[in-house]
Design a protein around this ligand. Structure first.
Ligand code: ZDP
Length: 281
């Protein structure tokens, strides 16, 4: 079967979007998604995102496969791309959508200046919600020591639906991401594996970040990761409630007014090209 796709990117975090509105299950298998994400043997992407029919009181459902075929609960840059994809399909500007994800309902809004703002819901901070064994299930993990690669790192854990481990560093450029990243990702303290963000606080309203994503490795940007990083920086008095998080692919604006408040993420999402593929190979 031939399937149409559209490629989108948000700050260089790139996704293949599939119009899956006619069916409740993704039309591609995780195995086929791995092939398509390959940058030499496929289309090339950090993940495959499916626009599915609504679930409950929402407009649509989003599901995503990482480039390794695993399925994360949420994807921040991806949901901005999904909102742009829906607007392109439906021909609407400045719309707000309610999207069902495995991490709950997310609310992306296309703004007049061409960006997308997403209400990402509240961060989850308890060890059992991450999940991590770094604290008792009902406790938070803020500035806790974690040994990785023979060094002690001070880490803060935040779930934006998907799990994140944040560590603040003096010199971001000096971090050997590709050797350290996998050791965080597969550390026994994180039973569902982990996305890892290294953050340098330039100013209380300006953070720089590099990320090693669970199931995708070093990417140019991670929306949920930028949200988790701002939450971690606010919790440890390093940042203001509203800050710019600069990723290798560009800046995101993140806002979190504190406990019981949702995290708001604003950034770009752009269509790159369209094409056709076979559902199986
Ligand atoms: O949690 C995970 O396994 C992530 N790799 C999912 C993708 C996150 C993403 N980069 C984001 O922007 O939040 C899409």
């Amino acid at each position: 079967m031939s399937i149409e796709f559209t490629k989108y990117q948000g700050l260089g975090n790139d996704f293949v979007l599939i119009d899956n509105r006619a069916q409740a299950e993704p039309v591609l298998t995780p195995e086929r998604s791995i092939q398509l994400c390959d940058r030499h043997f496929g289309i090339g992407a950090d993940g495959i995102i499916f626009l599915l029919p609504s679930t409950g009181d929402t407009d649509y459902t989003m599901r995503i496969y990482n480039s390794d075929g695993s399925e994360p609960e949420m994807c921040g840059n991806g949901i901005r791309c999904l909102a742009r994809f829906i607007a392109d399909l439906e021909g609407q500007a400045n719309a707000t959508y309610r999207i069902h994800t495995l991490a709950g309902v997310m609310k992306p809004q296309l703004t007049a200046n061409g960006l997308v703002t997403v209400d990402m819901g509240q961060p989850r901070l308890l060890a059992k919600q991450i999940p991590t064994t770094l604290a008792q299930p009902e406790f938070k993990v803020i500035n806790q020591p974690l040994e990785v690669a023979g060094e002690i790192w001070s880490v803060t854990c935040v779930s934006m639906g998907n799990p994140h481990c944040i560590t603040f560093v003096e010199d971001l450029a000096a971090i050997p991401l590709s050797s350290l990243g996998p050791q965080f990702e597969h550390h026994p303290a994180f039973p569902q594996r982990i996305n890892t963000e290294f953050i340098q606080v330039v100013r209380p309203d300006y953070l720089k970040m590099r990320v090693w994503e669970r199931g995708a490795g070093a990417t140019l940007a991670c929306g949920t990761g930028a949200c988790a990083a701002l939450v971690a920086a606010v919790l440890s008095d390093r940042a203001q409630p509203r800050a710019t998080v600069e990723l290798p692919g560009g800046p995101l604006e993140i806002e979190w007014a504190g406990y019981d408040q949702p995290v708001l993420m604003t950034g770009p999402a752009e269509r790159v090209f369209r094409g056709k593929i076979d559902s199986a190979r």
